[in-house]
Structures are given as C-alpha cells and as structure tokens.
Design a protein around this ligand. Structure first.
Ligand SMILES: Nc1ncnc2c1ncn2[C@@H]1O[C@H](COP(=O)(O)OP(=O)(O)OP(=O)(O)O)[C@@H](O)[C@H]1O
Ligand SMILES: [Mg+2]
Length: 241
C-alpha cells in the first residue's frame, strides 16, 4: 500500500514548484501507472517516496510506515528501479547483486537461488561475471531490476522500467508485475508507453505541471471521453488542463 497526502516539492533557488499538493492512494493488489508529459513531476514523486529527496510538505506512507518518521523501515518495504541505470561500472553484475543482497541482509543460500532464477528469467545469466562497464543499456536495466526485486520487497516503485528492455524481457516484467500485485502487493510505476498503461494497470494517474489531473481506471476515462484510445485521451487531457 502506498499513500501520498498533500505532497508538495519546490526545487532550489529558482523555486520551481515541481509538485503541487498531490494526493494518491495505491492499494495492495494494485498496479498503478503514473503518466504525464516530460517534466510533469513523476520522478520527483518517486524520489520523495523512496527517500532520495526530502519531503517539503505533506506525508507519504509505504505499507503504513511514515517515510519522514521511519525512513529505514519504509525503504525496507520498497524495491526501487530508478529512471537511469547508471550503476557501479567497475563491479561485475554478480558483485553488484551480492552487494545489494548484503545491504538487505539476505542469507547467502537464498540469494544464490533468487539471483539464478531472476538472471535466467531476464536472460542475463551469462553476463553476470562480466564488469558492468561492458553492459548495454538494456543489460544494466535488467541488472538494476534484479537488484531491486531480489529481496522480495512488497512495494515496487519503478521509474520507466521498460525503457531499454527487449520485448521478451518487457513481457517478463509485465507478468512479474501482475503476479506481484495478485499476491497482495503493490506496484507503482511511471511510463510513457500508453499501450503498457492500458494493458497492465488497474488504475492510472495523470500528472501535469505537478498536479494530478486524473486518477481512475482507463475504462472510467473512456466513459468520460467517448471511448477514445488512451493515447488520444491522454493528449487531449494534457492539452486542455
Ligand atoms: N534537481 C532538480 N533541480 C531543479 N529542478 C528540478 C530538478 N529535478 C527536476 N526538476 C524540475 O522539476 C519538474 C519535474 O521534473 P521530474 O523529473 O519530476 O519530471 P518527470 O515527470 O519525471 O519527467 P520525465 O517524463 O521527463 O522523466 C521539472 O520542471 C524539472 O525541471
Ligand atoms: Mg522522470
């Protein structure tokens, strides 16, 4: 579960109001897609949820845990994939995953099994002994995904997770997201891919200029907008608001 109450964020000296009093609730069992044009505030929201940025105003609860009051406990609930997979280039893939497993205090037998299973699912096993500096963008993305998911966090927070993934891995990830939500967990992800949003999400939220302009199911949006495609409705909404 994820709850965001009256969240605002202002950046730096220029006082850019990146988020303006947003409210959202994502329940257990739900996949929630966060859509919005470039610069709308998606990554800012995600950085506040994951504790990378300090909350100026408002509150965030991850599975009921207050991110401001209990940051470490809140982080333990989260599997986070950032928008950019720039990670320790000098480590091998396996060293990186072992490092993450150490941080989350996973026992050594369990981690080996999970790393093997996920590396096979994402077809990256043969590269785990190579240095990350030799990886392609998509391979780095896969490694970050495995690192984020291997400690079995209940709440997944994924910032444009499909970027760079080949079709098969994107398909694997979509299935994993569904399974995770169906097992009573929470998936919150941002995307620019309308097809993914339409197919995968139980509900979507649309943000523009730091304000939420729609929350609901794609069907609800279609009822409002005479059954147009999500792409068309999205473009109209962000144009008109
Ligand atoms: N570190 C920063 N310093 C100052 N302004 C920032 C910073 N990071 C983001 N912003 C501003 O905050 C606003 C929201 O940016 P954010 O990265 O959250 O957008 P986004 O919805 O993730 O966009 P995209 O789809 O391009 O990833 C933008 O106006 C951006 O210029
Ligand atoms: Mg972003």
């Amino acid at each position: 579960m994820l709850k965001i109450n009256n969240l605002s964020k202002i950046y730096g000296k220029n006082k850019v109001k990146a988020l303006d009093n947003i409210n959202l609730e994502v329940k257990k069992g739900e996949i929630f897609g966060f859509l919005g044009p470039n610069g709308a505030g998606k990554t800012t929201t995600i950085k506040l949820i994951t504790g990378i940025l300090k909350i100026d105003e408002g509150d965030i609860f991850v599975n009921g845990i207050d991110v401001k009051k209990n940051p470490i406990e809140a982080k333990k609930q989260i599997g986070f994939v950032p928008d950019n997979p720039e990670i320790f280039n000098r480590l091998t893939g396996l060293e990186y995953l072992n490092f993450i497993a150490d941080v989350f205090e996973m026992d050594s037998e369990k981690r080996a099994d999970i790393i093997l299973r996920l590396a096979e699912e994402f077809e990256i096993k043969s590269a785990l002994k190579e240095r990350i500096s030799s990886y392609s963008h998509g391979m780095k993305q896969k490694l970050v995904l495995i690192g984020a998911l291997m400690h079995n966090p209940p709440v997944w927070i994924l910032d444009e997770p499909m970027v760079g993934l080949d079709p098969k891995s994107a398909y694997t990830l979509k299935n994993m997201m569904r399974q995770h939500a169906d097992s009573g967990n929470t998936v919150f992800f941002s995307t620019h891919i309308m097809e993914v949003a339409e197919k995968v999400c139980d509900r979507i939220g649309i943000i523009k200029n730091g304000r939420i302009i729609f929350v609901g199911t794609v069907e609800e949006l279609k009822e409002k907008k005479n059954d147009e495609s999500l792409e068309k409705m999205f473009l109209e909404l962000i144009e008109n608001e």
